[in-house]
Design a binder for this molecule. Structure first.
Ligand SMILES: CC(C)=CCC/C(C)=C/CC/C(C)=C/CC/C(C)=C/COP(=O)(O)OP(=O)(O)O
Ligand SMILES: O=P(O)(O)OC[C@@H](O)CO
Ligand SMILES: [Mg+2]
Length: 233
């Protein structure tokens, strides 16, 4: 079975609750060479701001995926290629593992299953909004993370394991351990990638690197550098 991310090296994550730097457009960011755009964030999400970003990216030739942080912000936009739905393996409450998903299905009934996938998150930065919201246990060694990655892949059949350091650059040894632990699943890494070197280092361990804040803080050239690094790693 092929998956959309099989040939991805780089994903750009755009947060609808954050501004772009002066003079930067969504079109410019779509044209950085990134393999796909994920639209989402932890706080401040609405159907309106999600749709606005999706529409701004729609006319550009890059795959678009919504990453909803709760069922009430899922939008049906024609421009979307699909949905990447988080489940947080180290969450403190089962709501963020399966509860929100159960509520979503209860409200929606059937989904577009052929374009809906889950991402098995392991949340690592205790200061990030996502860690606070999900009460994640971030006190994890490399062995713990590797074991979670194996549980996700082998026991729960997760096709994507997402090591999430959002807002901070991760521990390369931990990322390497996660990379060694997965075989068929894709390892996504996100957090603190800010230049060619940081992108290149993480891309050596992960199948896909995810770049977020950089687009909002620094803009197009900085993102383009990380795309080059991902493709050269
Ligand atoms: C069932 C449905 C449709 C949704 C539930 C999906 C779940 C379980 C969400 C929980 C995890 C979550 C909120 C993911 C959002 C994506 C994410 C991690 C964004 C970036 O993290 P931030 O914590 O905003 O980073 P900053 O602190 O840098 O802003
Ligand atoms: O914003 P940054 O720190 O680049 O993190 C990227 C992404 O993993 C956030 O969900
Ligand atoms: Mg946030």
């Amino acid at each position: 079975m092929t998956a959309p991310w099989d040939d991805w090296n780089h994903v750009l994550k755009l947060d609808p609750d954050k501004e772009l730097p002066d003079g930067v457009t969504y079109g410019d960011l779509c044209a950085t060479g990134t393999d796909a755009i994920e639209i989402g964030g932890t706080t401040g999400m609405t159907e309106e701001n999600m749709s606005a970003v999706i529409r701004a990216c729609a006319e550009h030739d890059v795959p678009l995926y919504q990453e909803p942080s709760n069922p009430s912000v899922v939008v049906e936009e024609e421009a979307l290629d699909g949905y990447l739905v988080p489940t947080v393996f180290n969450a403190g409450s089962p709501f963020w593992i399966t509860g929100a998903h159960k509520e979503w299905i209860r409200l929606e009934g059937d989904l577009e299953w052929d374009r809906t996938w889950t991402e098995a998150y392991i949340v690592m930065n205790p200061a990030a909004d996502v860690a606070e919201l999900t009460e994640a246990d971030c006190d994890l060694s490399a062995d713990d993370v590797a074991a979670y990655a194996t549980v996700a892949e082998r026991m729960f059949g997760q096709e994507i394991v997402y090591l999430e350091y959002s807002g901070t650059y991760g521990d390369e040894e931990v990322v390497a351990a996660a990379g060694d632990a997965v075989s068929d699943s894709a390892l996504f890494y996100g957090g603190g990638i800010h230049d060619y070197d940081s992108a290149h280092r993480m891309a050596a361990h992960a199948d896909v690197i995810v770049v977020g804040n950089l687009a909002h803080d620094r803009g197009v050239e900085a993102v383009r550098e990380t795309v080059e690094a991902a493709n050269e790693a």
